[in-house]
Write a protein of this length. Structure first.
Length: 417
């Protein structure tokens, strides 16, 4: 018997597992840690930030929102502001790149910025329908390039973020702070529609896929156009299998990010020698399990580690419930009629709607349970606050298979050797 430990919000949940647990391994030891100052001192294919900043008229820093607090955003913000001050930059605009997420509170802004903000600085929170500039350009896939006005006017744009597996973009970080981060609703929708082919989900739009992923390729093209006529600099963190900052990359927005992707593949991939019958997965606690919309990343983390039709038990606090009304609506709609949900998605494509609909699609034929403190949510399976009840529901009375245990599902991706 082994006691499995799951983070649920700020609390810990234990479950005594009497079944065989498959062995998992990582290759994280192959990546040496690089701290934020080392990365800034040795940028990849770029001058140092201080050099770029000299003489800059308008400096805008793109900052991830509170749903990415696990990245240790404040550490990056403080390091960047210090370098900008050294270069003589008096005023900085901090632009919170929310994409289509909700507007952040003042307390949340202080959390992500830490001590970085100076009295003369400005803090703006992007909204995808307000304060936009249409560049008049479109990508080769038809995505209109419309971005937040202050970012468009900047002559130095600094991109912060974190590199990790992403079920739509292949990997997060890099160009994703621009689209969806500071782009218009129409731009975001156009880009993400590449996740569908007719009435089917595009199989190339998945975790870890970049080269053949039309969403990822469109994002890269879009970001290149946005940054073509301005100075830019990237600082991204790469987290380990626990979701903790391990290393940093800095420099050219594309080349530095690509190095981050290579490191993320090593740090965040959990390897198994065989597929499990059932997965027990936790998001990793707060803030990963703040809402079901973000918590679904833990589901996608284990799909490649379980057999076809294998069951999943997801542990998540969900103090903010479903996350967004759109995600809530489409989860319920897809649970009622998946085909209708896909038709609605094609008409008005949003990321929350896509994630909700695809979650229901992926969980078809699987016996699943959600263990949550907040049970006032929609989920295609049992919803309970008792992990023993969830285990009994998914495993049944005569379970003789093997179990996959992943305690930090939002931070990793499982693959078979």
């Amino acid at each position: 018997m082994k006691s499995l430990v799951f983070k649920m919000g700020d609390d810990t949940l234990l479950w005594d597992c009497q079944h065989d647990i498959i062995n998992t391994t990582t290759r994280a030891g192959e990546v040496s840690p690089v701290d934020v100052e080392q990365a800034l001192n040795s940028p990849i294919e770029s001058p140092r930030l201080e050099e770029l900043a000299v003489g800059s008229r308008k400096v805008v820093v793109l900052v991830p929102d509170i749903t990415r607090a696990w990245q240790g955003i404040d550490r990056m913000c403080v390091a960047v502001r210090k370098r900008l001050s050294t270069a003589g930059v008096g005023e900085v605009t901090w632009l919170i790149a929310t994409g289509q997420h909700r507007r952040m509170s003042s307390d949340e802004e202080r959390t992500v910025l830490g001590e970085a903000r100076k009295p003369q600085d400005h803090v703006l929170c992007h909204q995808s329908t307000e304060n936009l500039t249409d560049t008049g350009k479109v990508t080769s896939r038809g995505t209109p390039i419309v971005i937040q006005k202050d970012a468009y006017e900047a002559d130095l744009l600094i991109l912060l973020g974190g590199v990790c597996y992403h079920d739509l973009a292949g990997f997060a970080g890099g160009r994703k702070i621009i689209i969806p981060g500071i782009s218009s609703r129409e731009s975001i929708q156009a880009n993400h529609r590449n996740g569908l082919i007719g009435n089917e989900f595009n199989e190339k739009v998945t975790c870890g896929e970049l080269d053949k992923n039309p969403v990822a390729l469109d994002m890269e093209e879009y970001a290149k156009v946005v940054l073509k006529d301005k100075k830019s600099f990237l600082l991204n963190v790469i987290t380990d299998e626990r979701g903790k900052p391990h290393s940093y990359v800095a420099g050219d927005f594309l080349e530095a990010w690509k190095k981050g992707v290579r490191e993320a593949q090593v740090l965040q991939t959990i390897w198994v020698d065989e597929l499990a019958d059932v997965a027990f997965v936790s998001c990793g606690g707060y803030p990963y399990d703040l809402e079901l919309y973000q918590a679904t990343k833990a589901l996608t983390a284990v799909y490649h580690g379980i057999k076809e039709g294998g069951g999943i038990i997801l542990v998540a606090e969900l103090r903010e419930g479903m996350g967004t009304p759109i995600f809530d609506r489409f989860m319920r709609l897809a649970m009622g009629d998946l085909a209708v949900a896909i038709e609605e998605l094609k008409k008005d494509f949003t990321i929350p709607a896509y994630i909700a609909t695809k979650t229901v699609y992926e969980l078809q034929g699987r016996r699943c349970a959600l263990v949550a403190k907040n049970k006032n949510v929609a989920f295609p399976g049992l919803i309970t606050d008792n992990i023993e009840e969830a285990a009994n529901y998914v495993l049944g009375e005569a379970f003789a298979g093997r179990v996959l245990y992943v305690p930090t599902g939002n931070a990793v991706h499982v693959e078979k050797n």
